[in-house]
Design a protein around this ligand. Structure first.
Ligand SMILES: NC(=O)c1ccc[n+]([C@@H]2O[C@H](COP(=O)([O-])OP(=O)(O)OC[C@H]3O[C@@H](n4cnc5c(N)ncnc54)[C@H](O)[C@@H]3O)[C@@H](O)[C@H]2O)c1
Length: 261
């Protein structure tokens, strides 16, 4: 028996990066998974590969910032697999400006995807979880905004702090319904998003990793094991938390390279 055997899961932003690994581990551990993203070709490729290994997965286009697409996704998952037990709100975009450089359009985009997307997802999935008799919501925040501040990613940190607040609010309201909500705060994870940030900043990954307490970027699947734990009954009494998966970053920030010696 898998650790989420027979559960029904929806994962957003699951065509690549961490979301793809979250979808894979949930499928391998026995869940039926609706893989969603806006990168349809990549998402379909992932699902075809998983189907060829006999996993119970489907792909669907879902732009998390569109409420109508959420309604369609929840209706599709209910028809195909049954009511939702697990929701992983993973889709996210970065924003690279500080306060004074943040334009209205950049602000609106990052809020629409990272914050409103999580709101729409929970609002759409909770009635389905109530039907199912409970559920587990896992919202992806970040150490940036979700645990501490960060210069120059003003819009991004604002949305990731909001993800924590929304997670806590839902955990408090729906604990009595058997619905748990937790946030996961990744640190430095080797994904297309992280690589694109490093390229933009002109920093090599090894250089950026050198001052982390655990001096490397994590592979995406190293976050998925925490997602699996929070999705499963193993975490039945855990709700309203923020779990950092950050190689020690939030224990005190960056360390001098010499401390590794
Ligand atoms: N990589 C890191 O170091 C890191 C650190 C902390 C938090 N995070 C967060 O983890 C999550 C996953 O990031 P990642 O690093 O795997 O990035 P990624 O860019 O590789 O993956 C993000 C996925 O979200 C999808 N997406 C973007 N906009 C969308 C929309 N409107 N609707 C649906 N899907 C959309 C993208 O197509 C992509 O597949 C994000 O929420 C990100 O903010 C990442």
């Amino acid at each position: 028996m898998g650790r989420v055997q027979g559960k029904v899961a929806v994962v957003t932003g699951a065509a690549r990066g961490m979301g793809a690994e979250h979808a894979k581990i949930l499928a391998r551990e026995g869940a039926s998974v609706l893989v969603t993203d806006v990168l349809d070709e990549l998402g379909r490729e992932l699902v075809d590969g998983l189907k060829s290994q006999d996993y119970n997965v489907e792909y669907m286009h879902l732009d998390v910032s569109e409420a109508s697409e959420w309604a369609e996704a929840i209706s599709r998952v209910e028809t195909t697999f049954g009511p939702v037990d697990i929701l992983v709100n993973n889709a996210g975009v970065s924003s690279r400006a500080g306060l004074l450089g943040t334009e209205d359009s950049g602000w609106e985009r990052v809020v629409a995807v990272n914050q409103t997307g999580v709101f729409y997802g929970m609002r759409a999935a909770v009635p389905s979880m109530l039907e199912s008799g409970g559920g587990s919501i896992i919202n992806i925040t970040s150490v940036f905004g979700g645990v501490s501040g960060q210069a120059d990613y003003f819009g991004y940190v604002a949305t990731k702090a909001a993800v924590v607040a929304m997670t806590q609010s839902v955990a408090l309201s729906h604990g009595k319904d058997g619905i748990r909500a937790n946030a996961v705060a990744p640190g430095a994870i080797d994904t297309p998003m992280a690589r694109s940030e490093l390229e933009y900043l002109g920093i090599e990954m090894a250089e950026a990793a050198a001052r982390l307490p655990i001096p490397r970027y994590a592979a995406p699947h190293e976050v998925s094991t925490t997602i699996l734990f929070l999705a499963s009954e193993e975490s039945a009494y855990i709700t309203g938390t923020v779990v950092p998966v950050d190689g020690g970053y939030t224990a005190g920030g960056l360390v001098a390279e010499s401390h590794h010696g």
